[in-house]
Design a binder for this molecule. Structure first.
Ligand code: PEP
Length: 251
């Protein structure tokens, strides 16, 4: 059974104590109701990883993730963090290529491909984020953009990568943090395209989780999570409060 992954990206929000408190409130709000076919992933800022990890200790079905890393084991890379440092802090997964890393910080497909391969080699599960910009959608380029981002991003990994270690997050750039959600038909179409491509590129493409991200909220989550080929969600704004994220997790 593929478990749905309900992921919270806290971006550059929350102090150590705020993050711990939100994690604590979330675990209490979900209580014993976490369905056996769902997993929760909290992705706080680096400074709060250890504190949030303490709140999740002993809680089955909860995981910790990093927002980013640099594809080297160690070295003179001021301001960066390695996969080994993330796993040392308790991370099971890390995001690669979030749209803010691609479009605000200028990360290119070539660097992202190195991150995907190096993270996997170093026992970090990877969530590769892909998605088109609004002008690309208007110009009918969705398929071309998603295909390029997948082929390049996964271009340096083994075909036999385990589905437990790799997920894709489809996040249309125009839907992130804007309150605009792609409609269910567009989500289903994009996820089907991604599924087909994953089956071409990897042996376990049928099982690799494909998450949707882009203004997911308590009132639209159930409809999205029930679509074919949607194996979870990646949530920004609505994950910052335990109340709304717990409703999403349980939707
Ligand atoms: C995200 O940060 O990946 C995201 C989807 O943000 P939001 O839910 O706020 O659109």
């Amino acid at each position: 059974m593929i478990k749905k992954l309900m992921a919270a990206n806290w971006k550059m929000y929350k102090t150590w104590e705020e993050a711990r408190q939100t994690a604590r409130e979330l675990v209490v709000a979900i209580g014993h109701d976490l369905p056996s076919d769902r997993e929760v992933l909290l992705i706080p800022p680096f400074t709060a990883l250890q504190g949030v990890g303490e709140m999740l200790a002993g809680q089955g079905g909860y995981f910790l993730g990093g927002q980013n890393f640099y594809p080297e084991a160690e070295g003179a890379f001021t301001g960066e963090i390695s996969p080994g440092q993330l796993t040392d802090a308790g991370c099971r997964f890390a995001l690669v290529g979030h749209s803010e890393r691609r479009h605000v910080l200028g990360e290119k497909d070539e660097l992202l491909a190195r991150k995907v391969a190096f993270g996997l080699e170093n026992k970090l599960g990877i969530i590769l984020c892909i998605g088109e910009k609004i002008d690309e959608r208007k110009n009918g380029l969705v398929e071309e953009v998603l295909t390029r981002q997948l082929e390049k991003g996964l271009g340096s990994i083994d075909r036999n990568v385990s589905a437990k270690d790799l997920s894709i997050a489809y996040e249309p750039v125009w839907a992130i943090g804007t309150g605009e959600t792609a409609d269910n038909e567009d989500i289903a179409e994009a996820h089907l395209l991604i599924r087909k491509k994953l089956k071409d590129l990897t042996d376990q493409g049928e099982q690799i989780r494909i998450l949707y991200g882009g203004s997911v909220k308590p009132d639209n989550c159930a409809g999205i999570i029930g679509l074919d080929n949607v194996d979870g969600v990646l949530v920004g704004g609505a994950s910052l409060k335990a109340d709304s994220f717990s409703q999403i997790v349980l939707a």
